[in-house]
Ligand binder design. Sequence first.
Ligand code: BTN
Length: 324
Amino acid sequence: MESTRGRLLDILAKHNEEYVSGQMLSDQLNISRPAVWKHMKELEKDGYVMEAVPRKGYRILSFPNKVSQNTIQWGLKTKWLGQHMLHKTSTPSTQMLAHNQAQNGSAHGTVIIADEQTNGRGRLHRQWYSHKGEGIWMSMILRPTMEPHLSPQLTLLAATVLAETLKRHCGVKPQIKWPNDILIHDKKVAGILTELQAEQDQVNYIVLGIGMNVNQPNTAFIGELQRKATSLHLQTNQTWDISALVQDILQTFEKRYDEYMENGFAHVKLRWEAFGYKLGEIVPIHTHQNKWYGRLMGIEEDGALYVLDENGQGHILYSAEIEW
Ligand code: BTN
């Protein structure tokens, strides 16, 4: 952020709940103390709630309900995830932007987030609707020390993080449809797109994209989407603060990622299976133009789906679509 106002917000946001003295702000911004005070009044007009205490200074009590780098980083309790962040009001796709950033050397944990995507992409080259201010459209750059064939584990980890966060934060009952669709009451609320840049035996970087429908009204989903998609707003009848939700996702993701790097996949697998959609049930499965029925049993170490066919024979599936 370049403007004085932007830099002022940056300083206050980085100090979280601590006071910053008027003198320090005036020194750092190279403006007079009355000018600092004038900026504070302008911020209040825009919906920021500020506190000014004599001999202590200023601090932010709350941000307006809109997303910016500051609203997310203010109070963010992570060590590495989201400490570098790029926020765009509009961009074709945060996924594309993240690839550019990663190729230019952006750090592990960099987060790219947008209010709107004009060319959002889903799995299997599908379009991903990402209207302004209605959801979370973000991509993170990860630089794990891992062999490429293990990278699907990170996608499964991300799915458990989303399910876990939604359950705790919003009180809903999410389920994960293999490999990584998050459903509530059988409708999709979030999806994950993982893209990888790798050498033969080492990942260079991963761009992990998360799309989550948050505040869409009923009218947002038309045609086929009406039956298949939902938003948190529609499921809970509440309007959610997107920045607070993003913070929670980043904090939970960092915690689970660090645990996974330390202890391996076993716990992720258990957590994934606890949220698994129709696990133990017989469902229609599509593989290579065929439709058949199988009992969903769980996931393998490499992220594949384990299914029993009607003769009780086991199948390990790497690419399949569960009908729902
Ligand atoms: C899916 O098909 O379920 C995955 C959807 C992933 C969408 C997210 S939104 C942020 C990032 N940018 C994109 O263009 N796609 C991903």
